[in-house]
Design a protein around this ligand. Sequence first.
Ligand code: SF4
Length: 464
Amino acid sequence: MFFINIRWQASSLALRHGCGWSCRGFRGFIQTMAAINPKLKIVPALLGWFAQNARDLPWRRTRDPYAIWVSEIMLQQTQVKTVIPYWKRWMRELPNIRAVAKARSEKIHKLWEGLGYYTRARNLQKAAKQIMEKHDGRFPDHFADVLALPGIGRYTAGAICSIAFNQPVPILDGNVIRVLTRVFGIAKNPKMKEANGRLWDLAELLVASAAKYRAPRSSRRKEAHSKITNSQSLLTSAATIAENCSSLNQSLMELGALVCTPRNPRCEICPVKNLCVAFREGRIGELPNLGKREAATARRFVGFVIERNGRFLVRQRPAGAVNAHLWEFPNVEIHPRPGSSPAKRDQSAHYSPRKSQSRLTSAATVREPDFEIIHAAKSLGIEPPAILPLCTVKHSITRYRITLEAFHVHLGGASSARPHNKMGRRGTPPSGKNNVWLPLAKLSPLAFTSAHRKILQTFNSKTT
Ligand code: SF4
């Protein structure tokens, strides 16, 4: 019943607002809605909380849509603390849309190196070129135009339009879904079409009501004072209560990030505790209902730092592959034999979609090369005199738990090479258009995948 009301309210709201309600009439409508549905009370509670508690993040010190766009793309599947140095470096090196459009692909990949999901960076450049061509270099301020840019979906378009232009457009990401499902006690799986559509409607209603909300005069003074004097606040004096759409959307994300966390939410300090169904009914652990999680899959790779005459073999991943255009050392996947214990053990693990960013968890000493390792080396066309353990790198990408064991292979002089097979020669890995031999000093400037960057760092630390 609640959702029927919300749907009617949202469409009615949009229709009437679009048809030219006066401000006073619209405000009256919002107040009426809040009276009919006390659940809209979360709007002032969130706005007040955000004014006092928002983190001082660098992209919140500007209303430049380009800067906000870059931050939103980087923040997809990536934690704030990881993004901050990347964002600062990107903005320093590529301060505007024109600079992104003109940048070399190598520079784009190098600036993104380690953030993962490199398609995001390539789409940023495609979109920058499109903005130069179609919008004369100015970031568009119409939602439909923003949504039409490569790499921008409904969430990102909503985030940019609400944060940069204070437009009453909704956002719905993992944090917002968690807050809304808990506050309103929504038990259906938010990934399912119907529940997802209803959550979007709800987010739309909330931001629309924020657009016309006016805080009582006394709290307005308090907020303004807080914004100007609190050095920790990212809301500068330029950010005023006229930016309610921006603040409301960011408050939902911020509450999900800082207070209404997936595990152990801090309900005791939550500004909407008194309005929260999950808190009142003791259902926090059940919500959001994300269904059964997919089991994690273990994958194992072996990589080789192959050295010959002071040069090292590296290759660039081809277009269309995962981590396309990034550099790596030659490596091969080892498929576990059916029933082998490591794969069995990992079947019981589960992954969290919110933590799907590629990350390094360890770089420990690797075991001595065994039959499988030697076989892997041979599959790459190398049959070296010695394979020396270097390190093990563990990381996760989406549901994959990846272990990469790295070895150092010293081939000696070119004269040791002997004929091997069609792929290469004994002691000489196969050549290919993406394979190059480079001195060690030339490797660092390349954009490596995170795991292979770790291998390079380990190799450097052991040999210098
Ligand atoms: Fe989340 Fe607890 Fe706040 Fe409810 S009261 S929104 S569960 S932090």
